[in-house]
Design a protein. Structure first.
Length: 616
């Protein structure tokens, strides 16, 4: 997968990094890259620029040789040693041992930008840095970036497709046939005039594609608007076995992800000139008469499946158009499928629901775009944190922008939500259950530990409590099984009285204790785990109400870093990042511990009961 793209942009637009320097590299690219910003903030222009770069170099982990990687790591370590001796108060301490080649490179380029040391702009005086560090930077940069396109570090040929706001699938070419055929027939025209009308009618489907091609300067072959979906599918079904197999794969993928396994059949109707679909036992229907959201996702999936076998770039412009918030989340979930692991997605969006989905996955990068000087088209691009509240300001999100889902699950923190959502998806898939959608059928609400005392789940009005009825009146709450002080015990008793059978105290200390030994070792070690003396045979279960998982790790395993601070009683690592890493290793229901299954079963039954009550 592509991890970084060197930019060689025209001077028409001035793109800067977060430190005000010229943007030379779009780094820290992940599987899905979300561009967020106000209108005219430059996000779509930069995405389209990826198609017009004539000498772009792209960095990919899969193409870095072990020899090159070892040399890079050694050079970067020596560089940081020198920089640390000069600017120890500024240097970010980072362990390079566990970083992949492109993560290592992104870290280097980020810090180089931070200190205004980019090798292409070394214009500071000699007194700013010793000449040895300047030489080291230049040498390192030449090794990593300034190379021929044939270098093993770079992948010069990649598949690319640009998907604008989708309109072509609406079958505009049929508009004249269904609305004005009789009118045209009644008009007196000579043969030349009538031929011109027929040509215009037959080319109607190309109008939108031609506009995209001319205005954005993107090659016609790399644009997909849905205009030619009927023609492409018909040719594939009449083509070779490989093409026919692709259509079967597409039908199977759509059936699995959108129709709960019901048979989904694609039929290009030559008589009508458009695509007909059949879902399960229902009657055949034209694709363009399906819901706007589902047909839009089908178009995106179709093109992504075409590019699945090689490293590719798929750019999608504002996919939230016509998509319900639940389907926006569904789209991000579907793009996580292993079929697309070689694809680097770029998405421009104004949707807080798509941005919010980035909490759930470790392979999503969010970039914030700012128009810092509108008079001369100067844009600043910042690789942002998902916790950046300014992202919501950029999107103009108000409280009323968030739709109420059918029910809510109240959890102590964001990491709880990460685990439980992954458990739920794994559980549903393994048991073949009805797949409920986050944002539509259920949502998670973080109550922040002791802050739960400030919420009222009863129909009360007073100055000391916040009414939860403004969010939902169908709630399930999960509490940790720790700190059983008198004060906390009484609080739990009150909550249990209010929630009744929709109250769950974890069977273990906290959500991290639901991980289980096998999943924990798979997360911590790529191969065989290394235990501390005497601990390999002991292998205490972390499914307990007494031990913190962080303390458990330090006591049982030989690790290069400490996970537990016994003085503050807090982990030394980011719980959110750790949760994403653990969930990335869950491959099936066998990875879920007994306590994880117990909690997930309760949550699923709650969501299912609410759904059945609403749809009686």
């Amino acid at each position: 997968m592509i991890n970084a793209i060197e930019l060689n942009l025209s001077n028409e637009y001035n793109y800067q990094n977060e430190y005000g320097e010229k943007l030379l590299l779009l780094s820290n690219l992940k599987h899905i890259n979300i561009f967020v910003g106000e209108n005219n903030s430059g996000k779509s222009r930069l995405m389209r620029s990826l198609f017009t770069l004539k000498s772009a170099k792209t960095l990919s982990d899969s193409l870095v040789s072990e020899r090159d990687f070892a040399i890079c790591k050694d050079r970067i370590k020596r560089f940081w040693s020198k920089l640390h001796s000069l600017r120890s108060q500024y240097v970010v301490h980072e362990s390079h041992d566990s970083l992949k080649p492109c993560e290592l490179y992104s870290f280097y380029s980020k810090q180089a930008d931070r200190y205004h040391l980019n090798s292409l702009r070394l214009s500071f005086p000699d007194s700013e840095l010793p000449s040895t560090i300047i030489n080291e930077l230049n040498s390192l940069y030449r090794m990593l970036v300034v190379q021929d396109s044939s270098s093993s570090l770079f992948y010069p040929r990649i598949g690319k497709v640009y998907i604008p706001i989708l309109r072509g699938i609406e079958c505009f070419n049929l508009y004249f046939n269904t609305k004005y055929d009789k009118d045209f027939a009644s008009i007196s025209m000579n043969n030349e005039q009538r031929q011109s009308v027929e040509e215009y009618k037959s080319n109607a489907s190309r109008i939108y594609t031609n506009k995209i091609e001319k205005v954005y300067q993107i090659p016609f072959s790399q644009i997909f608007t849905g205009d030619y979906l009927y023609k492409e599918i018909k040719n594939k079904l009449l083509g070779e076995e490989l093409d026919r197999r692709f259509i079967r794969d597409l039908e199977s993928f759509i059936s699995k992800h959108f129709y709960e396994g019901k048979e989904f059949t694609i039929i290009p109707s030559q008589k009508e000139g458009y695509i007909i679909v059949k879902i399960g036992d229902s009657i055949e229907r034209p694709l363009h008469l399906l819901g706007d959201g589902i047909k839009q996702i089908i178009c995106i999936v179709y093109k992504a499946l075409e590019l699945r076998n090689s490293e590719s770039i798929v750019c999608v412009e504002e996919p939230e158009i016509n998509l319900h918030p639940g389907f926006q989340r569904k789209l991000i979930e579907v793009l996580q499928d292993k079929e697309f692991e070689k694809i680097c997605f770029f998405i421009t969006t104004h949707s807080n629901h798509i941005v919010d989905s980035s909490f759930d996955y470790s392979n999503i990068s969010v970039y914030k775009f700012l128009n810092v000087e509108k008079s001369n088209n100067t844009f600043r691009v910042i690789n942002s944190s998902t916790h950046d509240i300014d992202l919501l300001n950029q999107l103009g999100v108000n409280n009323s922008s968030v739709f109420m889902s059918n029910c809510t699950i109240w959890v102590e923190g964001v990491s709880d939500k990460i685990y439980l959502n992954k458990y739920l998806k794994t559980y549903i898939s393994a048991k073949g259950l009805k797949d409920y959608k986050e944002g539509v059928d259920y949502s998670f609400v973080e109550y922040g530990g002791n802050n739960i005392v400030h919420w009222s789940f009863e129909n009360l009005s007073d100055d000391e409590h916040i009414s939860a009825f403004g969010i939902t009146n169908r709630s399930f709450i999960i509490v940790d099984n720790d700190d059983n002080s008198e004060r906390k015990r009484k609080r739990k008793e009150r909550l249990q009285k209010v929630f009744d059978d929709r109250y769950l105290e974890l069977p273990v200390r906290e959500i991290e204790n639901t991980i289980g030994n096998a999943l924990l070792t798979k997360t911590l070690f790529k191969g065989t785990p290394t235990y501390k003396p005497g601990m390999e045979k002991k292998k205490d279960s972390i499914e307990t109400v007494s031990a913190y998982v962080w303390d458990y790790i330090d006591k049982h395993y030989n690790m290069s870093k400490k996970y537990w601070n016994p003085y503050s009683k807090q982990p030394r690592v980011s719980k959110l990042a750790f949760a994403k890493e653990v969930c990335s290793h869950i491959e099936g229901i066998d990875d879920l511990s007994e306590s994880a299954l117990l909690v997930t079963d309760r949550i699923y039954n709650f969501i299912n009961d609410i759904y059945n009550d609403i749809n009686k």
